[in-house]
Write a protein that binds this ligand. Structure first.
Ligand SMILES: Cc1cc2nc3c(=O)[nH]c(=O)nc-3n(C[C@H](O)[C@H](O)[C@H](O)COP(=O)(O)O)c2cc1C
Length: 180
């Protein structure tokens, strides 16, 4: 698929078919993540591939907005070693988005579940909940979970309404970028 077609057609899907994601495709998703740029090329990330149904169900309860993981056959939990880079959030977020774009290019769909800075309940952070569930060491921060699978819902591609030209300045903030 042409790159801009991938960008336009990738939409967040939160309901999936039962069909598993073939191992070869899982590895392609990880390759896409490993192809990400990172500050000083420090590559602070660590990815946890989850296809265990019980664990996926438990992950779907990590916080509000994670319930789509209950039908996902696959989740990639994106973590980063915060001692390796001061910009681990940026590095791992780019890798997560590479996974989303690659997933769509491979005929899959995905959605992002934010974990960092989110709460599981009144007392526990979503990060603590996921850390305990998957045995993630303390120095690894949990950024997000990408739910992946074959879509069970159809979403229209993005139209031109996403092009917010009023959010672009030219040479100085507030100076309009004029579309010819
Ligand atoms: C940083 C970030 C956090 C997000 N968190 C969630 C989330 O917790 N749960 C969810 O269902 N979608 C989440 N999303 C997906 C957005 O809701 C979605 O990308 C947005 O509504 C645009 O829709 P689209 O992905 O179909 O273009 C998140 C996206 C980003 C980039």
């Amino acid at each position: 698929m042409e790159f801009f077609e991938v960008l336009r057609k990738r939409r967040s899907v939160r309901r999936f078919q039962e069909r598993p994601v073939p191992r070869k495709l899982v590895e392609k998703l990880l390759e896409a993540a490993f192809l990400s740029p990172s500050s000083f090329n420090r590559r602070p990330w660590h990815f946890i591939v989850v296809d265990d149904r019980e664990k996926l169900l438990a992950l779907s309860k990590a916080k509000l907005g994670a319930s789509g993981l209950a039908t996902a056959p696959l989740a990639i939990v994106v973590t980063a070693d915060e001692s390796r880079s001061d910009v681990w959030v940026e590095d791992s977020s780019i890798a997560a988005e590479h996974i989303q774009l690659a997933a769509f290019d491979l005929g899959l769909s995905s959605f992002w579940v934010q974990i960092r800075n989110r709460m599981h309940d009144d007392k526990k952070t979503a990060e603590e909940y996921v850390r305990e569930l998957l045995g993630i060491p303390e120095n690894y921060r949990v950024v997000c979970i990408i739910g992946v699978g074959y879509p069970a819902e159809k979403k229209p591609p993005h139209g031109d309404e996403v092009f917010e030209w009023d959010k672009v300045s030219y040479n100085r903030f507030g100076e309009a970028w004029k579309k010819p």
